[in-house]
Design a protein around this ligand. Structure first.
Ligand code: SAM
Length: 195
C-alpha cells in the first residue's frame, strides 16, 4: 500500500526531515552553481528549495502532500522560491520543458521501485533541452529489507535507469552528510539531458 505522506506530515512522523538542507547539496554549492529555473520534486518542508533560492536560483518546490507545503510556506523566503501541490509522476503540462535543473533528494527513494521509469520520464519532461538533473541518490539504507520507503537504489540501477536519456557529467560520494546517513550511503550525480 502506498505511503500516506499527508498523514505523516500531519502526525509529525517525518524522520527524513532533519531541519536543514541536504549536506551533499550544500557541499556541491561550494564548488559549482545551480542556476536558472530549478524544480525540486518531493520538496517536503522546503529546506533544499530555500538553500537553492538563497544561492540565486528561481526554485519551484513540488509536493503531493498539502501539509508538507504548509510547513514550507511557513518559513521566511530565502529568495525567489514558490511551492506547488502536485504529483511529480503526473507532471502538469505547464511545467514541461520549463526547467534548467531538477534537484533530486529523497523523492526517488520515496517511490515504489516499479515507479522509477515514470520518475525518469517526468525528469525528462520537466527539463529544457540541455538541462541538468542534480541528484543525491540514496544508494544504501541500513537494515533495508524491501519494506521502505526509503527504497535504496543500487549504483548499477542509476546507470540502467538514466543512461538512455542522460549523459553522466559527474558522480561522486559526498563527504558532507547528515549524521544518520554515513558517508557512502549517498551518491551525488550530475546528469545532462541533451534534448
Ligand atoms: C522522504 S520525503 C522527503 C522530503 C524532502 N525532500 C526532505 O528531504 O525533507 C518524500 C517527499 O516526497 C513527497 N512525494 C511522494 N510522492 C510524491 C509524488 N508522486 N509527487 C510529488 N511529491 C511526492 C512526499 O509527500 C514527501 O514530502
Amino acid at each position: 500500500m502506498p505511503k500516506d505522506w499527508e498523514a505523516a506530515y500531519k502526525n509529525g512522523e517525518t524522520p527524513w526531515d532533519k531541519g536543514y538542507a541536504s549536506p551533499p547539496l550544500a557541499e556541491y554549492l561550494t564548488r559549482a552553481g545551480v542556476e536558472g529555473r530549478v524544480l525540486v520534486p518531493g520538496c517536503g518542508a522546503g529546506h533544499d528549495v530555500r538553500l537553492l533560492a538563497g544561492a540565486g536560483a528561481e526554485v519551484l518546490g513540488l509536493d503531493i502532500a498539502p501539509a508538507a507545503l504548509s510547513q514550507a510556506n511557513a518559513f521566511a523566503k530565502a529568495g525567489n522560491e514558490a511551492y506547488l501541490l502536485g504529483d511529480f509522476l503526473n507532471l502538469p503540462v505547464g511545467l514541461h520543458d520549463g526547467f534548467d535543473f531538477v534537484f533530486e533528494h529523497t523523492c526517488l527513494c520515496a517511490l515504489d521501485p516499479e515507479l522509477r521509469p515514470a520518475y525518469v520520464r517526468s525528469v525528462v519532461d520537466a527539463l529544457k533541452p540541455g538541462g541538468h538533473l542534480l541528484a543525491v541518490f540514496f544508494n544504501k539504507v541500513s537494515n533495508y529489507s524491501g519494506g521502505g520507503p526509503p527504497h535504496p537504489i543500487a549504483l548499477s540501477e542509476i546507470d540502467d535507469l538514466f543512461a538512455e536519456h542522460f549523459a553522466f557529467i559527474e558522480r561522486c560520494v559526498p563527504q558532507q552528510t547528515y549524521p544518520e546517513r554515513p558517508v557512502g550511503s549517498e551518491q551525488l550525480c550530475l546528469l545532462q539531458y541533451p534534448g
